[in-house]
Write a protein of this length. Structure first.
Length: 256
């Protein structure tokens, strides 16, 4: 500033006068910031009007003041936020880092997740609790369908952030090997087959299931097709039957 005034030919006494005033003003501003008390921040509101500082909660380990904050939205939810208020430091609030459920990535605890999951499953399924030790939002929950009492597990993230419900009701359920085998056994008893099992092991709906037809012997079919009603191809009117007459065609290809 001083150099600029000298360049424009301003009188040296006037230059030093302006410089002195500037230094005093700068010092006053710094002194004001230095003397600003934590209590002076009480009553502050966020630009969107949702947050308001209502008091002082204490200090952090490093000595920063923790402020009590209320949210016009989250503070109404006494189940999810029983205290009705939140705590944060001034810097975070000034940078629009919300300490409540309005944050882009809220810091939920295990009991928060259970409440959110039960709300997501209202009138659809029961949340019995965690199916494993709680770690994060990928932790599995133990669930039970209210419609058919089917039990399954799903991650917290899938339950809360999607509309997915009972996989059995939505036809997306993958039965266990024992469940799949029992279904096949029941059908075999009904039709008159002798069940053998899954010769190559059970993985999914494409796994091969073997059974013995009393007339045509051992048959092999995918689990999915067996569940859809397909049976012994030799017994079926549409399948191959060695006792029926047929035609055999031979084609001769000649290369020119």
């Amino acid at each position: 500033m001083v150099a600029a005034l000298f360049v424009f030919g301003v009188d040296s006494n006037l230059v030093w006068c302006y410089t002195f005033i500037y230094i005093i003003k700068l010092g006053a501003e710094r002194l004001k910031k230095k003397r600003e008390k934590p209590e002076d921040f009480i009553g502050w509101k966020s630009p969107d009007g949702k947050l308001e500082v209502i008091g002082i909660a204490g200090k952090t380990k490093r000595g920063a003041t923790l402020f009590k904050v209320i949210c016009t939205e989250c503070s109404k939810d006494k189940e999810l936020f029983p205290d009705g208020c939140f705590v944060s430091i001034k810097g975070h609030l000034k940078r629009d880092q919300k300490p409540c459920g309005c944050a882009s990535n809220p810091k939920w605890k295990d009991w928060h997740y259970l409440i959110l999951a039960r709300r997501a499953g209202k009138d659809r399924f029961i949340v019995h609790g965690f199916a494993e030790e709680f770690k994060n939002q990928n932790t599995k929950l133990s669930l039970e369908c209210l419609k058919d009492e089917h039990k399954w597990t799903a991650s917290i993230n899938n339950v809360i952030n999607s509309s997915r419900g009972c996989p059995k009701c939505s036809n997306k359920y993958k039965p266990t090997e024992q469940e799949a085998l029992q279904k096949c056994i029941d059908i075999c008893k009904e039709v008159g087959y002798e069940h053998v099992g899954f010769p190559y092991g059970y993985k999914n709906c494409d796994s091969r299931f073997e059974y013995i037809c009393k007339i045509h012997g051992k048959q092999n079919i995918s689990y999915n097709n067996f569940m859809r009603g397909k049976r012994c191809p030799c017994c079926a009117s549409y399948g191959y039957n060695p006792s029926n007459s047929g035609s055999f065609y031979v084609a001769r290809w000649q290369h020119k």
